[in-house]
Design a protein around this ligand. Structure first.
Ligand SMILES: [Zn+2]
Length: 365
């Protein structure tokens, strides 16, 4: 076993994502991933999550800090995303490339990525958005159209997974749990349960065309029909009314229905392992990144559009019950207060139409 303190695959992915998959070295910005000409499945990955303080002591170790704990050494704050040339360069010269210099480069590059994205959003330029197929594949792409209940996309580049992950998903489709068979599309604010495995072909632009056979849109209830539940106060406690527990239902219950549903983290409930969102996971990986809102948006779409199958009674329902479309979710304050993160949701709700609301979601540390 190696005694090098390597980054986890999740940390590597997050540091790449935060750098927009471009080299963070000053004035380099070289793209570090793209399709390869070798075969339709091959991906050219030239980027690297480099250690600022070396992963292990010994010959050739640069900026090694003996006092650093393993946890800190493998933490994302010790990683910088670089192209192969610059990863190599910083590991030959620790006099020029001190930890401080590298931290500054990383911060400047991330700020530049954020600024570029902010600009693209505010100028109304069509910026590519995220599409997810199942839990492990997220890519940048555009919606091409729908025909005979097949949704088609142009896939430009991967964020999570790669072509191999996608082909493996298709190959093992029959063994995939039904709750993981879905497609989520930010551009549409909508998603569908998959009816059959997706197909992937290389297209002429160097990307891929993905076709997903889908089921028709899931059934939603009207907001007025949200069942009664105990009312929760702003401080997230049960409320009393003249000595009795207060009850809410229908449209009045919508804000807390959203809050409860989005605050439930996947894996939290022992009998419903697949139920819930991945908000905490994404928040912890992508804090301060502008991609965070878009990752969270995929999760809101999943709760709105993909039926959850209760393993106990086999009943199906969409967790958000009455949300038909997701225009977006925006984080209002970057840091949660006592684990509660304020967000604004912009939705289309059955029986109400377009509906915006500010609420807090629980993000456990
Ligand atoms: Zn570079």
């Amino acid at each position: 076993m190696s005694n090098r303190d390597e980054f986890s695959p999740r940390t590597k992915k997050a540091v790449a994502l935060r750098a927009n998959y471009q080299c963070s070295f000053r004035n380099c910005s070289q793209p570090t991933s793209g399709p390869s000409d070798e075969s339709p499945e091959a991906v050219n990955m030239t980027g690297k999550a480099a250690h600022i303080h070396a992963a292990a002591s010994g010959r050739g170790a640069r900026r090694y800090l003996a006092s650093m704990t393993r946890e800190k050494r493998t933490h994302i704050t010790n990683a910088i995303w670089l192209c192969a040339t610059h990863a190599d360069l910083i590991d030959r010269d620790e006099v020029t490339y001190t930890a401080d210099v590298l931290h500054t480069m990383k911060a400047e590059h991330e700020a530049k990525c954020a600024e570029r994205q902010r600009h693209a959003l505010s100028s109304g330029e069509p910026s590519p958005d995220l599409i997810a197929i199942g839990p492990d594949i997220v890519f940048v792409g555009t919606f091409l159209g729908v025909e005979n209940e097949v949704w088609s996309f142009h896939l430009k580049s991967f964020f999570d997974g790669d072509v191999h992950t996608l082909i493996t998903f298709a190959d093992h489709y029959d063994q995939t749990t039904t709750n993981d068979r879905y497609i989520l599309v930010n551009e549409l604010g909508d998603g569908r349960a998959l009816r059959a495995k997706p197909s992937v072909t290389r297209d002429t632009t160097g990307g891929y065309t993905v076709r997903c056979p889908v089921f028709p849109s899931a059934t939603r209830i009207s907001a007025a029909d949200i069942p009664a539940s105990w009312a929760l106060s702003d401080s997230h406690d049960l409320m009393t009314n003249n000595g009795n527990w207060a009850i809410v239902s229908g449209v009045d219950a919508l804000p807390q229905q959203l809050k409860t549903c989005l605050s439930h983290q996947q894996g939290e409930s022992p009998f419903h392992r697949d139920f819930g969102t991945r908000f905490a996971e994404y928040y912890n990986l992508l804090t301060d990144s502008l991609w965070l809102d878009r990752y969270l948006s995929l999760e809101v779409i999943r709760q709105a559009a993909i039926p959850y199958i209760n393993p106990i009674n086999n009943q199906q329902y969409t967790p958000l019950l009455c949300v038909e479309r997701v225009f977006g979710i925006k984080i209002l304050v970057n840091t949660p207060t006592k684990n509660w993160l304020p967000v604004r949701v912009d939705l289309s709700v059955k029986g109400l139409g377009r509906w915006q609301h500010d609420l807090s979601v629980c993000i456990p540390p």
